[in-house]
Write a protein that binds this ligand. Structure first.
Ligand code: SF4
Length: 364
């Protein structure tokens, strides 16, 4: 059962807070990783890196970050780009709604803020796709504002240092963590303080086997003193992932294959991919996609041959993807949904999620 919010007033006395700030800032100065977005004070670049880092590993983000800011060096360049071009630059990072919101926010910054990211935390927070963590990171790192930036790593550190046993998947716990952040954030150097907390969570206070003996907060840490550091934070178990069997079609017309734009609403909305449909249990293998092609795309096929199977895991769903190669027999014109016949080079122009890349022979 989830424990109630615990009073931590006594833990947040001025002397503890001072030691926490000083130890973290000193540790961060000496130990932080040299990452490209830490070498800049440009709020736009910091913003892009923070959004990319949500749910994506640092190693993966580095290349994407360089490519993205090379392609869109200013907010103006980003705001003026076509959405499909922005999504193409986002291709492979997943969570495409992040790319879409960045694009929308860039347009708002151009229209309402003279092309500059606003400095005030509340104004940053009002932009699309920017939550309290990202707003706090931009305001503190780029503008030295004493506001917290509380992400999963920071919640883990707080839970352990103050021995909080609240379930961190709950909204009320996240609000409580934000309040703790507001109380402890350094006014002298909010940038290094916040980055120090994040870095500590990433390198030292890791989910499993925290390296307490190398930790600058060892003397302050209540969970460590009680020997329960691996029992916090408390986290409700995730609901079981749904599984779907998807049938997909590989249809050639000379050197071109058929791709379709996915419906706006739903998984991978507005992105391009192979025609696909969830397999209907009562139908024989390959029949679901054959019917889908006929009913949705007015395309008649024959000679359906199973080619390969691959899996792809999204946040809540796992796709078991079955690819069928088939022969085009007949095609009628349709207005909707959008389809294209593309060759290898043309395919590169479309934002293609990783799930489909795995299935198309010449994209890997
Ligand atoms: S002492 Fe251990 S558990 Fe406590 S903050 Fe440091 S690494 Fe985390």
């Amino acid at each position: 059962m989830t424990k109630q919010k615990q009073p931590i007033k006594e833990a947040l006395n001025p002397s503890t807070t001072f030691k926490l700030q000083q130890s973290l800032i000193e540790w961060y100065e000496k130990n932080h990783r040299k990452l490209p977005w830490r070498e800049t004070k440009n709020p736009y670049y910091i913003w892009i890196s923070e959004v990319m880092l949500q749910q994506t590993r640092v190693d993966t983000v580095i290349d994407y970050y360089h490519r993205f800011i090379q392609k869109f060096p200013t907010i103006k360049d980003l705001a003026e780009a076509e959405e499909e071009v922005v999504l193409k630059a986002w291709e492979g990072l997943g969570y495409y709604s992040r790319g879409r919101r960045i694009h929308l926010a860039a347009k708002i910054i151009m229209d309402q803020h003279d092309g500059r990211i606003p400095e005030r935390y509340e104004a940053i927070l009002a932009l699309p796709g920017i939550g309290p963590y990202t707003a706090g990171a931009i305001a503190s790192i780029a503008f030295q504002q004493p506001v917290p930036a509380v992400d999963g790593n920071v919640m883990r550190v707080f839970s352990r240092v103050f021995h909080l046993q609240e379930d961190i998947t709950l909204m009320r716990t996240q609000k409580h963590m934000q309040q703790i952040g507001e109380k402890v954030v350094s006014h002298r150097n909010p940038s290094f303080f916040n980055q120090g907390l994040m870095e500590l969570g990433a390198l030292i206070c890791t989910p499993n086997f925290p390296k307490c003996l190398a930790c600058p907060l060892l003397q302050l840490c209540k969970a460590r003193a009680l020997g329960v550091q691996e029992k916090v934070p408390v986290k409700q178990k995730k609901p079981k992932q749904k599984e779907r069997v998807m049938e997909m079609a590989l249809i050639y017309k000379k050197d071109k294959i058929l791709i379709t734009k996915r419906p706006k609403e739903g998984l991978l909305g507005d992105l391009w991919g192979l025609p696909g449909i969830e397999q209907e249990k009562d139908l024989k293998a390959g029949r679901s996609i054959e019917l889908e092609l006929l009913e949705t795309y007015a395309i008649k096929v024959s000679n359906i041959n199973y080619l390969l199977k691959k899996n792809h895991v999204f946040t809540h769903i796992k796709w078991h993807m079955l690819l069928y190669e088939m022969k085009l027999e007949e095609e009628k014109e349709i207005d909707y949904p959008e389809i294209k016949w593309v060759n290898k080079n043309q395919l590169k122009l479309y934002p293609l999620p990783t799930a489909f890349k795995k299935m198309i022979p010449f994209t890997e």
